[in-house]
Design a binder for this molecule. Structure first.
Ligand code: UD1
Length: 393
């Protein structure tokens, strides 16, 4: 019997299970966890890593750079085919949900683990909250496009980084009341960490190439990892020939994603990169990547996140794809979708070198405060939920 008849036992805190999986997830989740932990009442936050990325340079180094606490749970799924990797995450995630019974699962981005966890949570009727919802390239040959479409269909709350996402979700029949245009959490991390970016000279020194840029008045950065660009030998060789040509004019720094390195080795193409103006690096940490990009003359990439980061930095970006799911980086930002053909790529590089590069403007709501906006909406939503699920200890 409580001391006073009207005393109610305190309600347990709401419980959010927050999922990360691969390199681009970490900079999205870090500001979200910080903002959610400042809510009053604060929800219980459990961080689960699926283990899709596992090498220190693709994984734990990012936790350190972003002040992320180590995950509470790691599913250690590792690499595999799309079906195998997705299935492994599903198999290992399901018992965790059964045991923890969180009030909701918070997912970011569009990697295979995002899709897998959304499916498992939705089948258990646990609400999915999706950050970076609504982005569409219109290209269903991209694995991420399928992951985005399905995850959004299964989500209860959808947080969108640019206006096109709101239009896309409306077209796909998602209720407007579930959709929130909140801005870009990647840019929250970028703004917070930019003062800590590693100076270019330190990156070159660490690579044993302190004099690489001594005679140069600028540099380009290249990232390449999309299966459509790196898996087929002919496409990859064509791109390498183009960047090798560019590197004779503008020194080019190329951190190599493990998938790309594997493909270069498999197709016997590594020798094409032995050029005096081309510096190959291992995958870089977040603060090194910011240091490399922020003073670059131009960036060539097929990454989604890099298109956004260069727009935030005002650095001209050439996207080596035929489409983008992030159209605002082209409409307002510094991005140009150029494709993979030598002619247009080199023509645009020449224009940038002649001082005609796009620097653009930073889109509205890419102001470093997206995560607090999301946390406020989640806090209100959690507060309005019916009585908490009974978690097994
Ligand atoms: C994944 C995401 C992609 C994201 C990218 C960022 C999907 C479908 N793709 O692609 O959206 O832009 O991450 O990097 O989810 N590998 C390692 N060490 C690691 C991780 C991967 O060596 O820590 C190698 C393995 O050989 C692996 C390959 O890279 O097979 C590809 O990894 P995977 O996670 O399947 O896809 P990514 O290409 O990294």
């Amino acid at each position: 019997m409580p001391p006073f008849a009207n005393d109610q036992p305190a309600a347990p805190p709401r419980h959010l299970l927050c999922v990360v999986a691969a390199r681009p997830n970490f900079m999205k989740m870090a500001p979200l966890l910080a903002a959610l932990s400042r809510l009053a009442p604060a929800p219980k936050l459990t961080l689960l890593h699926t283990g899709q990325h596992y090498d220190a340079v693709m994984n734990s180094d990012f936790f350190t750079a972003l002040d992320l606490a180590p995950p509470d749970i790691n599913l250690e799924v590792g690499s595999g085919s799309h079906a195998g990797q997705t299935a492994d995450v599903m198999r290992r995630f399901d018992p965790v949900l059964e045991r923890l019974r969180p009030d909701a699962v918070l997912l970011v981005g569009d990697v295979n683990s995002t899709l897998a966890c959304a499916l498992v949570a939705a089948k258990r009727a646990i609400p999915v909250l999706h950050v970076e919802a609504g982005l569409r390239s219109g290209d269903r040959s991209m694995p991420e496009e399928l992951n985005r479409i399905v995850t959004d269909q299964l989500s209860a709350l959808l947080f969108v980084s640019e206006p096109a996402g709101v239009t896309n979700l409306a077209r796909e029949g998602i209720a407007a009341s579930a959709v929130h245009l909140v801005g870009n959490v990647m840019i929250d991390s970028l703004r917070r960490q930019l003062p800590h970016a590693v100076p270019l000279a330190d990156i070159l020194a660490a690579a044993g190439q302190p004099a690489f840029l001594d005679q140069a008045s600028g540099h380009a950065v290249l990232t390449l990892h999309r299966p459509s660009n790196v898996d087929a030998g002919a496409t990859l060789a064509g791109l390498l020939a183009t960047v090798a040509e560019l590197s004779a004019t503008l020194p080019l720094i190329f951190p190599l994603h493990p998938r790309t390195r594997a493909m270069l080795e498999q197709h016997g193409l590594l020798a094409m990169l032995h050029q005096p103006g081309l510096l190959l690096l291992p995958p870089l940490g977040y603060l090194e990547m910011l240091g490399l990009m922020r003073n670059a003359t131009l960036v060539l990439t097929d990454s989604g996140g890099v298109q956004e980061e260069t727009t935030a930095l005002g650095v001209p970006c050439l996207t080596l794809r035929n489409n983008t799911e992030r159209p605002i980086t082209v409409e307002l930002g510094s991005n140009t979708v150029v494709g993979c053909e030598r002619g247009p790529i080199l023509a645009l590089c020449r224009a940038i070198l002649a001082g005609h590069g796009k620097t653009g403007v930073v889109p509205a709501l890419w102001d470093g405060k997206a995560a607090p906006r999301i946390a406020t909406i989640i806090g209100a939503w959690l507060g309005a939920l019916p009585a908490a699920r009974a978690a097994t200890p």
